[in-house]
Ligand binder design. Structure first.
Ligand code: NAX
Ligand code: K
Length: 513
């Protein structure tokens, strides 16, 4: 996993690298700029690269990029937006080194100067934003704002150094005019704001450039979250042994579906089996069972007697390894009674999704004393909640908008209050544990936004929760779901069916091992 840092942590990181690891800041800047230059050279070749530098250290990185491009046969052109007398020490050294190799700097001081920048951008291959990085602490205004607006309109590949100028490093919220990058080359570690759905729109593709800091530094200074990597999932999931039989691989109960919503139950079961469960049983309402029996081949069914909910659920859950509850299950009294009984009696892995989360958020005292608002920890046991922003908003009694502007904080808060692992769905799903651990999954494709996608995810996590700890199951589930979708979408950004997401999973598993 790759540590993801906040602005304050990034500052501590730099300080520690300089003071404790004795890597001078000018060396860090050199490594950052040289690494970025290599990447930009691969895109632009000999074509023109326009670099706009600020007067802080982000601008210093820009001067280093320019020098390396020039020395390797590129065609850099440098503008400076900011007062030369305000250059930081390292930025000044690198401005002088750029001038020393024969470079020039065009100063942008007033509106008409932008015309020169516009002319230079015409026919350029890449424009590099080196105006503001982690030092940004307010909205960009004045001439710098005009520069950003101009850069955002030209048809040139836009590359941001460290962070797109204007983006809040911690929340990913644009503070004002903000550079719209196609590619962000971030230094040393990813920053939180680059990974929120709002931040991603400005970040574009994200690549990390290593700047020569010892790998133990992030752990020493602390970090806010971690990026999930393929290697993590490969480490957690072991290949099946040759003597595996269907029950040793785990039998998952799926409490889902109701008349008119049978598809949800089938998709959960499909996801469960594709992710490696040995068997799946859909446990649902009698009339749903009757309708399912003609449709399912690989899945077993059991019915919940509305007059004997507890007894029929107890019978259905006997010898099961994990339970998924919620998708299409309903919000009526029997559904509530079923959820209350499962919460009170089932002590194994439990994935709560969709209607189960909605029922929980109504705060009914019959749901095993659930009372999130008082900050109690009612969900004792290996539980996983998989809400989208709307469901989490109901659970935390707030609005989706508030959740979206602080996804990390919201997921962490929900995990703390419920005592469960919380997977907050979205373009980058995030997984929060009650102990404060936070993981971000950046894999996936826009094609995953399709009906039933969440049902498949709940099923996949259900299968994994029978062999992994809940936090690992949720992380690995997010990964398999995303990669399954990528594999089945085959480059398309839409048109994916939820069942195809599940169908992509075995190939992803094969590649992992
Ligand atoms: N410190 C280090 O060791 C390293 C820093 N590096 C670079 O340094 C950057 C951080 O540099 P700085 O801390 O100098 O800051 P920036 O270069 O991000 O910003 C410069 C200064 O602008 C001012 N400012 C903030 N918001 C503003 C606004 N809206 N309008 C006008 N002025 C504003 C602040 O005083 C800030 O210090 C990183 O993002 C990275 O690119 C890299 O060179 C790698 C090593
Ligand atoms: K920048």
């Amino acid at each position: 996993m790759i540590p993801v840092l906040s602005r304050a942590q990034m500052r501590a990181f730099d300080a520690r690298a300089i003071e404790v690891a004795h890597v001078p800041s000018i060396v860090l800047m050199e490594n950052a700029g040289r690494g970025a230059a290599e990447r930009i050279l691969a895109i632009a070749g000999k074509r023109r690269v326009v670099i706009v530098c600020g007067s802080g250290n982000n601008g210093g990185d820009g001067f280093v990029v320019a020098r390396h491009l020039l020395l390797r046969g590129g065609d850099p052109s440098v503008f400076m937006c900011g007062k030369p007398e305000k250059l930081t020490q390292d930025a000044r050294i690198n401005r002088d080194a750029w001038v020393g190799v024969g470079g020039t700097v065009d100063l942008l001081q007033k509106g008409p100067d932008l015309e020169l920048l516009r002319i230079e951008l015409d026919g350029a291959a890449v424009v590099v934003d080196a105006m503001f990085g982690t030092g940004l602490d307010r909205a960009i205004s004045g001439l710098a704002a005009e520069v950003i607006e101009l850069l955002n309109t030209v048809h040139v590949k836009r590359v941001a150094l460290d962070i797109p100028s204007g983006l809040d490093c911690d929340t990913g919220v644009p503070l004002g005019p903000t550079f719209q990058a196609d590619l962000t080359l971030t230094f040393a570690q990813p920053k939180l704001g680059l990974l929120t759905p709002r931040g991603v729109r400005h970040t574009g593709e994200l690549e990390v450039i290593h700047i020569g800091v010892p790998s133990e530094v992030p752990a020493d200074v602390g970090y806010s979250a971690q990026l999930l990597e393929r290697a993590d999932v490969a480490r957690w999931l072991a290949p099946r042994t040759s003597d595996a039989h269907k029950y040793s691989a785990g039998h998952v109960a799926v409490l889902a579906g109701s008349p008119g919503k049978l598809g949800a139950a089938l998709l959960v079961a499909h996801g469960t089996l594709r992710a490696g469960a040995g068997a799946a049983t859909i446990v649902t309402w009698p009339e749903a069972v009757a309708a399912l029996q003609s449709r399912v081949l690989e899945v077993m069914t059991a019915s919940i007697d509305r007059d004997a909910v507890a007894a029929s659920i107890d019978a259905a859950l006997r010898s099961k390894r994990a339970v998924v509850i919620g998708p299409g299950f309903g919000l009526d009294e029997p559904a509530r009674a079923a959820l209350a009984h499962v919460l009170a009696s089932w002590r194994g892995p439990l994935v709560l999704d969709a209607d189960a989360i909605t029922l929980l958020s109504h705060g009914d005292p019959r749901l095993a004393g659930v009372d999130f608002q008082r900050g109690s920890f009612p969900l004792a046991g290996p539980h996983i909640l998989t809400p989208h922003a709307g469901e989490l908003a109901r659970l935390l009694e707030t609005t989706s908008d508030k959740i979206e502007s602080d996804r990390f904080g919201s997921a962490t808060e929900a995990a703390r209050r419920t005592g469960a692992v919380v997977l907050l769905k979205g373009a980058h799903s995030i997984i929060a544990a009650p102990d404060g651990r936070l993981v971000i999954n950046v894999r996936g494709t826009p094609a995953l936004a399709t009906a039933g996608s969440g049902d498949v995810l709940a099923g996949i996590i259900g299968a994994l929760s029978s062999v992994l700890e809940p936090f690992e199951a949720a992380c690995a589930g997010a990964f398999l779901h995303a990669e399954g979708g990528v594999a089945s979408a085959a480059g398309a950004d839409r048109g994916l069916l939820a069942s195809q997401i599940a169908d992509g999973v075995p190939a992803v598993l094969r590649e992992l091992f």
